[in-house]
Design a protein around this ligand. Structure first.
Ligand SMILES: Cc1cc2nc3c(=O)[nH]c(=O)nc-3n(C[C@H](O)[C@H](O)[C@H](O)COP(=O)(O)OP(=O)(O)OC[C@H]3O[C@@H](n4cnc5c(N)ncnc54)[C@H](O)[C@@H]3O)c2cc1C
Ligand code: FES
Length: 272
């Protein structure tokens, strides 16, 4: 294990404790990473070296889904070669896990009266640790979970188990609202005027852009966790940058791996 205690960042060789299918094309992986578990904050991620084999030289980034004592979990979707190979790894197989990386959701400056978590697909993985912290602080929290269809729905049981009311939307209407989870968000905001809500969202780019527009229309603050493609995850390669509005006339490209992954939604320039 290499570590840099000043950065609270650790690179840990660890063995998989479990790696189970939890929905169509989605797996939950558990491993022992005591130092990462100890320092992890909501929204932070790990960079995982799956294998030194051909084509998998680069690590893959995954949000820390839950922390339980010295263990962390990752909830991931099979996308390409890396996640496919990861899903085929069994208990006892070894990984190298670097983290915790990135900034965190900010709930300290202005704790919300009502937190609304909006997760699209595997994006809900980035909101689970936040959900646990919000509930531990006694903040009323709603979970809005979108999926393509029932078999790909994630995290509903986990959110309910910590006392969160969950609203569901599926593209084909096989469970919950028939349509986008952003429809549910807009309808809910129309009914929550008495509260001071804050939105926390993660999911596909189009969903996050829609969340941002709804948040602006209702004048509600929103934070989004971006999942741009990454190379180094250390702020060096600039492979992960996204355009961020600095003031009325200036836009700057910022690194999702170091300045993010969490940004104020309205700071992101969605249409570049
Ligand atoms: C900060 C962050 C947190 C993430 N958390 C999760 C999570 O908790 N659960 C989850 O299912 N997915 C998460 N992702 C997306 C996940 O990293 C990609 O789906 C995964 O890297 C795809 O790898 P692959 O080899 O299967 O796909 P390939 O398409 O073969 O990957 C090739 C390369 O592209 C990169 N890449 C491909 N798709 C993405 C993507 N959507 N985002 C970032 N890099 C990508 C890979 O890292 C790799 O370098 C996260 C991404 C980021 C940036
Ligand atoms: S991934 Fe290399 S700078 Fe962000």
């Amino acid at each position: 294990m290499r570590n840099n205690p000043l950065l609270n960042r650790y690179d840990i060789h660890t063995a998989i404790l479990s790696n189970e299918k939890v929905a169509e094309d989605h797996y939950l992986l558990r491993c022992e990473c005591a130092e990462i578990a100890h320092h992890a904050r909501p929204g932070q991620f790990v960079h995982v070296l799956i294998s030194y084999g051909a084509g998998l030289l680069l690590r893959r980034p995954f949000t820390i889904y839950t922390v339980e004592n010295s263990q962390i979990t990752m909830l991931y979707q099979i996308i390409g070669e890396g996640t496919q190979r990861l899903s085929e790894m069994s208990k006892g197989a070894t990984l190298q896990v670097l983290g915790p990386l990135g900034n965190t959701f900010d709930i300290a400056k202005a704790p919300p009266e009502l937190a609304i978590l909006v997760g699209g697909g595997a994006g809900i993985a980035s909101l689970m640790l936040l959900a646990a912290v919000l509930r531990a602080r006694g903040i009323q929290t709603l979970g809005l979970v979108g999926a393509q269809h029932r078999a790909r729905l994630l995290s509903v049981t986990d959110l309910k188990s910590i006392g969160i009311d969950v609203h569901i939307a599926t593209d084909d209407g096989s469970i919950g609202h028939h349509g986008y989870i952003t429809d549910v968000l807009a309808a809910l905001l129309g009914k929550t005027e008495r509260h001071r809500p804050t939105i926390y969202a993660c999911g596909p780019h189009g969903m996050l852009a829609a969340v941002t527009k709804i948040a602006a229309d209702f004048e509600v603050p929103a934070q989004v966790a971006m999942e741009n493609r990454m190379g180094c995850a250390m702020g060096v390669c600039l492979g992960c940058v996204c355009p961020v509005r600095i003031d009325a006339t200036h836009v700057e490209y910022q690194r999702v791996c170091t300045e993010g992954p969490v940004f104020n939604a309205t700071d992101i320039v969605w249409d570049i």
